[in-house]
Design a protein around this ligand. Structure first.
Ligand code: NAP
Length: 484
């Protein structure tokens, strides 16, 4: 019998158990008999200790040069790359995505950290011409202080990496709370910084339920900024609970459309729909969940989409050749199956939608990817984020109609148009209400060196993540008037 490892918090430079000694278990969603580990069920006192440690470490971390901080980031990045194969396998076991994608995610986290280590070194203030020959006016960029980072389970290493790396390189200290459904990858990220020699208190890692640690991590007086990625409902709660002087950055849900209007684009659109809608079992914030198809080509599009979808190999992401892994949690499974039942009442299910429970699926959370047609525009499956392998095909009459349907959403995260028409490409980039606009590409995916975020209820209308914009959130500007 294999023993289940116990993983600790990292607070004030020490790996430590929660004050209460309580732990929780995390299981493999492809086979729930496989227990990935025991994690600390932290409470208020643990969260307070982490915030206090981060506050105490701030003054000296802030004083360290950007170059010295960058050296540690580069070492952390190299560590993640070096161990990506092992850590990727753990990620697959804790969250379900295919092993190749999990390894890629660790490589991307490493790339993000490296990017910020280098980019921040040429990101300074400005000087301003003025009428006083004896005065220099310039801005300096300063860190904010203690930053809380709260991340979701669907990208449990690349998302916190794109928050923690810019926070640290700018001179902030961090308390990091990973999602309870995938804490191990966050722990590996923390471990990378620890082995890089990050001073005690600068980065703290606390596992535990949102209700137990959330109020302190959001409300503590010392917390100057909160960077959160997760559901729109939790993001709204946190944003409201934060004090007026706490900066917030909320990356939230989506209901992302892909539009196809011409027969010549059907094959490409099918390919982009399958990749953008079903990889990661539809559990990507930018995943394609609505396909807006010109009425006259809908039958041909659906026929090819169903053929491609039915051929996808579903299974344990540790096995080679798997296209789709399980849903990440029992809760996710319930939600997705509930939406499929709702969809059956609202529209026509033309493919998949059943829970797979035979043979190797018996102990996992597997659902065959579902495609609905005849979906009314006001159907719940057309409007609400499902966050699973469920696609609604909606009929439209030309570009203007497609655009109106695409924009008639509370969300505005990502959108894609498949077309050869350069005029439409241009119009779409201008007209679509989405923070990420794709043309002839999947709705999913973004660069580490370009800004990322949503419009409407997909983000707070504050700061973008990723790229140079990602540094803005973690700094405040002072304007200095220096006369002689
Ligand atoms: P979630 O339930 O909102 O949880 C996200 C994180 O927030 C978890 O660590 C959770 O802790 C914590 N949390 C929840 N409520 C909190 C509160 N009141 N105070 C403090 N912490 C709180 O989201 P999820 O199910 O993990 O992720 C799926 C959602 O994330 C989807 O809606 C998806 O669209 C969105 N997402 C958005 C982006 C983006 O960049 N826009 C990227 C990826 C995912 P526990 O785990 O302990 O509950």
């Amino acid at each position: 019998m294999t023993t289940v490892p116990t993983f600790l918090n990292y607070i004030d430079g020490e790996w430590c158990a929660s004050r209460s000694g309580a732990t929780f278990e995390n299981v493999n969603p492809a086979d729930t008999r496989d227990v990935v580990g025991q994690f600390q069920s932290s409470g208020e006192a643990d969260a307070q200790a982490a915030v206090r440690a981060a506050a105490a470490a701030f003054a000296s971390w802030k004083r360290l040069s950007t170059g010295a901080r960058a050296k540690m980031l580069l070492s952390a990045s190299a560590y993640l790359e070096q161990h990506a194969a092992r850590f990727g396998e753990e990620l697959t076991r804790e969250e379900g995505k295919q092993k190749s994608l999990a390894i890629d995610e660790f490589m991307r986290a490493a790339q993000t950290i490296r990017y910020y280590a280098i980019e921040a070194q040429s990101y300074g203030g400005e000087t301003f011409p003025n009428d006083d020959a004896d005065m220099t006016v310039y801005t300096v960029r300063e860190p904010l202080g203690v930053v809380t980072v709260i991340s979701p389970w669907n990208f449990p290493v690349s998302i916190p990496a794109r928050k923690i790396a810019p926070a640290l390189i700018c001179g902030n200290t961090v308390v990091f709370k990973p999602a309870s459904d995938a804490p191990l990858s966050g722990l590996r990220l923390t471990e990378a910084f620890v082995q890089a020699g990050i001073p005690k208190g600068v980065l703290n890692f606390v596992t535990g339920s949102a209700s137990a640690v959330g109020p302190v991590l959001v409300g503590a007086r010392e917390v100057k900024a909160i960077s959160f990625t997760g559901s729109t409902s939790a993001g709204e709660q946190i944003h409201r609970a934060a004090s007026m002087s706490t900066r917030t950055q909320m990356e939230l849900g989506g209901k992302n459309p892909l539009i196809v209007l011409d027969a010549q684009d059907i094959d490409r659109a099918v390919d982009l729909t399958v990749k953008g809608g079903f990889s990661l079992s539809g559990q990507a914030c930018t995943g394609t969940s609505r396909v807006l198809v010109a009425r006259e080509i809908r039958a041909a599009f659906v026929e090819r989409l169903v053929t491609r979808t039915a051929a996808l190999k579903i299974g344990n992401g540790l096995q080679p050749g798997i296209d789709i892994g399980p849903l990440a949690t029992a809760g996710q499974l319930r939600t997705v199956l509930d939406y499929i039942e709702i969809g059956k009442r609202e529209a026509t299910l033309v493919c998949g939608g059943e829970q797979l429970m035979h043979d190797t699926y018996a102990h996992g959370y597997f659902v065959a990817p579902a495609i609905f047609t005849d979906v009314p525009r006001d159907a719940r499956i057309a409007r609400e984020e499902i966050f699973g392998p469920v696609i609604s095909v909606i009929d439209v009459d030309g570009y203007d109609d497609a655009l109106a349907v695409a924009n008639d959403s509370d969300y505005g995260l990502a959108a894609s148009l498949v077309t050869q028409d350069v005029r439409l490409m241009h119009r779409f980039a201008n007209d679509i209400e989405a923070g990420t606009v794709k043309i002839n590409r999947t709705t999913t995916g973004n660069l580490v060196n370009a800004p990322f975020g949503g419009l409407k209820q997909s983000s707070t209308a504050t700061f973008r993540e990723s790229g140079r914009d990602g540094l803005e959130f973690y700094q405040q500007i002072k304007t200095v008037y220096r006369g002689v």
